[in-house]
Each structure stands twice: as structure tokens, then as C-alpha cells.
Design a protein around this ligand. Structure first.
Ligand code: ASP
Length: 323
């Protein structure tokens, strides 16, 4: 009588209990993107997922779990089973800055395992077309002359666009009024519509609207121009020397995920980034793929820690208030 019950229990354990690497993946995988669909994080995740599913032989679903600067979506992965089937997509905002802004109920370093570093791009300072400025210097003068703080759209406190906005306040002395959205896709829609004044946005998000002439671009936050948008000057050229910021992304899984599963996910992601068709898609968005020696899980872990050391002091000094 007991045997069938024990056998059923053993089968249940084998299926749902310990994660097995040899037959991984045997069912669909979910990548949790903590910002809105159609935005820059979503774009990178979808390009990666489309190619990774060929290598892994399984469907990869994208789940946009938005809110609180991406910290809710990351929390959803921290609490998921450590079996490789739930992956956290994140970036400098979600996996670095948020730890200095929110009282998170998880630790960004010890509750997650790094998988791989993903492409990055600089930010671009963009305004609604109604702003009469023709250069970054003129934009700064216009912003300074506003009777009330100009409105800067962000993807929430701690997001890339918010950190870049804080950095912009820091180097210009301009006080901005930050308006949080669930991602920079909806923020950009409002910029095009003239509802907000500026975004210090990821270039990959704004680039098509800049090309279409529906918003105005002033400078990219890098020391060299981006080939795909070579008419936009760098901050160094445009009058804010040293205002550099690169928004990089990555993939993480919950703590305790078997190393062999992490290795499979890493290999599929590296495969994707080595595919010329994928590289082309990233290049069109002004995104740069990391060098080969930066693509191990260890390299992402070391990079994340170095970025925490670099950014937390500035972010903590800004004393960002969140609910
Ligand atoms: N990654 C963007 C940011 O942090 C948000 C987004 O992807 O929508 O500003």
C-alpha cells in the first residue's frame, strides 16, 4: 500500500524538488523584465530571448513585472525556485542603485547569482520639441530660467533614467522635478506629446524618435560619439565634460541555482551575443556588446560589486525619498 505513495512522492521530488542540470531546460523559461513592454530593457531582453531559445530548445517568455524602480520584479525572481526557470533581467538601476534607495527585503548580491553581462549604451539628454534650445548649453540655460523645476520623466526612483537625472542635477546645479513612470517607454510617449520637458534616457530608447525628429537630442553621456547617432555630440564636446554614464544590463537567477544550470544559461546568452544578426540588432539601437572576457558569471558579479562601490555614495548623498 505504501509503495505507490512513496513512488509518487519520489517522482514529485524529482520533478519539482531539486533542480536538475542534465535535462535543463525541459519546460519554458521566464525572463522577468522589471520595466514596461516596448522600453529599452524590454528590447534587450526580447532580442536575447529570441536567440537563446534556439540554443536552449525551449520557449522563453518575457514577463513585464513593473513598479518601484524595478525592485518588485527583481523581488519576484529572488523568491522563485532556484532552478533556472525564472531569470531576472536587470541593470545598473535595478541591481545596483535600488540597494541604495529602497529598503529591499532581499540582498542584491547575496540573494542572486550572476549569469551574464549584456549590452550597454550611454544615456542621451533629450527634450520635447517645444524647447527652443539648439545645443546643450542653450538647453541648460533654458532649464535654469524656468520659474518652477522642469519636469524630467524617469522609469521610477533608482532606474537608469533617474540616476542619470540625479547625475545631471549634480553636474549642472539644476533642480528637476522627477516624474516616475513604469518604464521609459511611457515616459518617452509623454515627451513626444510635450507633457514633460526632458528625459536623460537610454540612447536605445530615444534613438528612433530622435531620428524621426519628434524629440530633440543634445548630447550622449560618453567620451566618444555613437556610430549609429553620430550627429549627436558627446557631453564632453557639448559643454558638460566628464558627465559620463553607461547603462549596462545583465541576467541573474535566484541564489542556490545549480552551477551547471547557470553555465547552460550563460552559454546560450554568449551564443546569442556572438550571433552577427543579434549584434546587428543591438548596433542599430546604439548598444554595444561586452568584450568576450567580460561574459562569465564571475565577471558580472565582480562588475556589479564595483558599480555598487562607485554609485552608492552619490545616490545616498542625493537622499532620494521613496514611499
Ligand atoms: N531601463 C530603463 C531605465 O532604467 C527603463 C526601461 O527599460 O523602461 O530608465
Amino acid at each position: 500500500m505504501r509503495k505507490p505513495i512513496l513512488a509518487a512522492f519520489a517522482a514529485l521530488l524529482a520533478f519539482g524538488g531539486g533542480a536538475r542540470a542534465d535535462n535543463f531546460p525541459s519546460r519554458p523559461i521566464t525572463i522577468v523584465v522589471p520595466f514596461s513592454a516596448g522600453g529599452p530593457s524590454d528590447a534587450v531582453a526580447r532580442i536575447m530571448a529570441e536567440r537563446m531559445r534556439t540554443t536552449l530548445g525551449q520557449t522563453i517568455l518575457i514577463e513585464n513585472a513593473t513598479g518601484a524602480g524595478g525592485s518588485l520584479g527583481v523581488g519576484r525572481v529572488v523568491r522563485a525556485a532556484p532552478d533556472g526557470y525564472t531569470i531576472s533581467f536587470g541593470h545598473l538601476g535595478t541591481h545596483v542603485a535600488n540597494g541604495a534607495i529602497y529598503k529591499l527585503d532581499y540582498d542584491l548580491v547575496t540573494d542572486l547569482e550572476p549569469v551574464v553581462l549584456l549590452p550597454s549604451n550611454p544615456m542621451v539628454i533629450v527634450s520635447k520639441n517645444a524647447v527652443p534650445a539648439k545645443s546643450l548649453r542653450e538647453l541648460i540655460a533654458w532649464l535654469k530660467a524656468r520659474p518652477a523645476p522642469p519636469i524630467a520623466g524617469t522609469a521610477g526612483a533608482g532606474s537608469g533614467s533617474h540616476i542619470a537625472g540625479l547625475y545631471f542635477e549634480n553636474v549642472t546645479g539644476i533642480k528637476l522635478q522627477f516624474v516616475p513612470y513604469r518604464g521609459t517607454a511611457p515616459a518617452l510617449t509623454d515627451l513626444v506629446a510635450g507633457q514633460i520637458d526632458i528625459i536623460v534616457d537610454q540612447l536605445s530608447n530615444s534613438i528612433s524618435q530622435v531620428r524621426a525628429g519628434t524629440i530633440r537630442a543634445y548630447a550622449v553621456t560618453d567620451d566618444k560619439r555613437v556610430e549609429e547617432a553620430s550627429d549627436i555630440p558627446t557631453t564632453d564636446e557639448a559643454g558638460l565634460p566628464g558627465f559620463h554614464m553607461t547603462l549596462w544590463s545583465g541576467l541573474w537567477v535566484p541564489k542556490g541555482t545549480p552551477k551547471a544550470i547557470i553555465a547552460k544559461l550563460n552559454a546560450a546568452a554568449v551564443d546569442a551575443m556572438n550571433d552577427p544578426a543579434v549584434r546587428k540588432k543591438f548596433e542599430n539601437l546604439g548598444l554595444q556588446t561586452p568584450p568576450a572576457d567580460q561574459l562569465s558569471p564571475q565577471a558580472l558579479g565582480a562588475w556589479q560589486k564595483a558599480e555598487i562601490a562607485k554609485w552608492w555614495p552619490m545616490i545616498k548623498a542625493a537622499d532620494v525619498k521613496v514611499d
